[in-house]
Design a protein around this ligand. Structure first.
Ligand code: TEU
Ligand code: CA
Length: 560
């Protein structure tokens, strides 16, 4: 396995709208981020992934871009962006930007032109089709049965030219036509422009959706028509050849519905495509059969099976990304930990998992201080288009209101987008104005200021985990082996690199649990084993063979 800086880095994801507001308009901005760079340096993160800050009408909070090379005025100016980049580089940190090129905004100049006429030079920058005869009526209906991720059809009829355009996300996010080499050239030129400004890489939004099956056939069970499409690797290799290979950069693809074999095609060491991908298997573990909005119990045995599969199958072939939440997912402490009685220890236990597995860890803003999901009483307090579209669709289909709200509480994206909680003053110190999305009421107890004042806080635990990564190559490059596999409460594994070996033991539940040491697999000598980190005070004379872990107890031992 070749050593690389992006393999040894910890990434911190910033959702700019909710991070820090510097001018009192209730919306986070670039100057706000700049004012917090020393906080990020103190935490010890190496790379910042900045969610979109480009010009956008904000139909999907910036993931609908109307100008790829200009900064959204609410976030500030290009000068502010340059100051942010300089501020990060001055502190030895790097910046990766969000690349959103499966679709643009419908307010992008390309689409404004494209929709004007069928023979407009930009027509084929997007995917237009005439409707098909409606078997049930005398009109026309959508060109195929594809659905949008944000409810409803993936096709929007446009009067001006009496055709439909494709949008697998919102109506204001028309899909770009990657079959058109002019589109690809525009994208590569834009990427080069940003890389020449000095950025250190890209996170690539839904990048495995850009290649659509020719003829756009109806999707059927397991065949969407656009996930991991026929030319996706050709496009990725062309992007790498034309742009990425010319820079020392980091790339991570957001790739829904991929298996480890798919991931190896995208991120294999010798594939000439990406460095790593985000996979979503764990993000579906608590949905049940109904998909994203389902709320079902999850089992640790399933969790361990999924993680172990990815750890083992990518070993030596491709690099893992490690995360349990982001701006699209509920907060990890609420979803996989215990945001009530065991808030702190469960947050630290999950952090121990994330920072001792094989792969690059991604911290989502606020995770390092234990921010949690939110429960707004009224749907009117929610802002996310995915949630609001689902609410209307489910309500119109007669779903029970409290069931709809429970789905939103458990899985809504606003859970991750409530403003960063800096202190216990008004609006958690995020803004002096009215925040664009209400602050989580628990900011009085959960905030950066109180975390920094408490040496036992989750913040300092993350800081220590990040420091350990710098000191022990086995955490970055060590081979993962699951131990005590049958244990339904404890997740334990070793990491081995040459002579160095770690043993990680995690109790995922609120009741005590017994760890069974398999001395066939793990040679543990209590005279030489060193406890590197734990979320409890651990008595020195522990008999590892009779180890009962306390609720959510985490331990990392260095065995040799
Ligand atoms: O997300 C892709 C995506 O599929 C998400 O919609 C996610 O699966 C879903 O929200 C889970 O609830 C990317 C961006 O991360 C997301 O913020 C954008 O809304 C989306 O693409 C469109 O750009
Ligand atoms: Ca602002």
């Amino acid at each position: 396995m070749v050593k690389k800086w992006w393999k040894e880095s910890v990434v911190y994801q910033i959702y700019p709208r909710s991070f820090m507001d510097s001018n009192g308009d209730g919306v986070g901005d670039l100057k706000g981020i700049i004012s917090k760079l020393d906080y990020l340096k103190n935490l010890g993160v190496d790379v910042i992934w900045l969610c979109p800050v480009y010009e956008s009408p904000n139909d999907d909070n910036g993931y609908d871009i109307s100008n790829y090379q200009s900064i959204m005025s609410e976030f500030g100016t290009m000068k502010d962006w340059e100051d942010l980049l300089a501020g990060l580089h001055d502190r030895g940190m790097k910046l990766i930007m969000d690349l959103v090129v499966n679709h643009s905004s419908d307010e992008h100049a390309w689409f404004v032109e494209s929709r004007k006429s069928k023979d407009n030079p930009y027509r084929d920058y997007y995917i237009w089709r005439s409707g098909k005869d409606d078997p049930e009526g005398d009109g026309v209906t959508e060109p195929n049965n594809w659905g949008s991720f944000f409810s409803g059809s993936a096709w929007q009829y446009d009067e001006a030219t009496a055709e439909y355009f494709l949008h697998i996300f919102s109506k204001k996010q028309p899909d770009l036509n990657w079959e058109n080499e002019k589109v690809r050239k525009e994208v590569y030129d834009m990427m080069t422009w940003w890389l020449d400004k000095g950025i250190d890489g890209f996170r690539m939004d839904v990048i495995n959706l850009i290649s659509k099956v020719p003829g756009l056939p109806d999707s059927k069970e397991g065949e969407s028509g656009f996930i991991n499409g026929p030319r996706v690797h050709e496009f990725m290799q062309e992007m790498n050849r034309e742009v990425l290979s010319k820079y020392d950069v980091m790339t991570v693809g957001e790739t829904c519905d991929v298996t480890p074999d798919d991931a190896i095609l995208f991120a294999g060491e010798d594939r000439g495509e990406l460095n790593m991908v985000f996979q979503f298997e764990l993000m579906g573990i608590d949905s049940g059969p109904t998909g994203k909005w389902g709320v079902a119990p999850w089992k640790l045995s399933e969790f361990k099976k999924i993680v172990s599969k990815w750890q083992v199958e990518l070993q030596g072939k491709a690099w893992n990304s490690i995360y349990l939440n982001n701006h699209d997912q509920p907060r990890l402490l609420s979803r996989f930990g215990n945001d009530g009685e065991h808030h702190s220890v469960s947050g630290k236990m999950l952090a121990t998992l994330l920072h001792t597995l094989q792969g690059t860890p991604y911290i989502y803003q606020g995770e390092e201080i234990g921010m949690t999901n939110v429960r707004f009483e009224s749907i009117d307090e929610y802002k996310d288009i995915e949630t609001l579209n689902m609410y209307r669709e489910y309500r119109d289909n007669g779903h029970d209101h409290s069931a709809i709200m429970n789905s939103i509480y458990a899985k809504g994206r606003d859970n991750a987008r409530t403003p960063m909680q800096w202190n216990d003053e008004a609006n958690a110190g995020f803004t002096t104005g009215t925040p664009w999305l209400a602050v989580n009421p628990n900011y009085k107890e959960i905030n950066v200021e109180s975390a920094l004042a408490d040496e036992g806080s989750i913040f300092y635990y993350y800081k220590k985990l990040i420091e350990l990564r710098k000191r022990h190559d086995v955490i970055v490059y060590g081979e993962y082996v699951l131990v005590d596999a049958e244990n339904e409460q404890i997740y334990a594994y070793t990491r081995t690199l040459g002579k160095e070996q770690l043993l990680v033991i995690l109790n995922f539940y609120e009741h005590p649990a017994r760890f069974v040491l398999d001395r066939e697999k793990v040679s543990f000598d209590s005279n030489t084993a060193e406890l590197l980190i734990s979320n409890y005070d651990v008595p020195a004379d522990q008999d590892i063979d009779q180890l009962i872990l306390r609720p959510y107890e985490a331990r990392v031992y260095k065995l040799t």
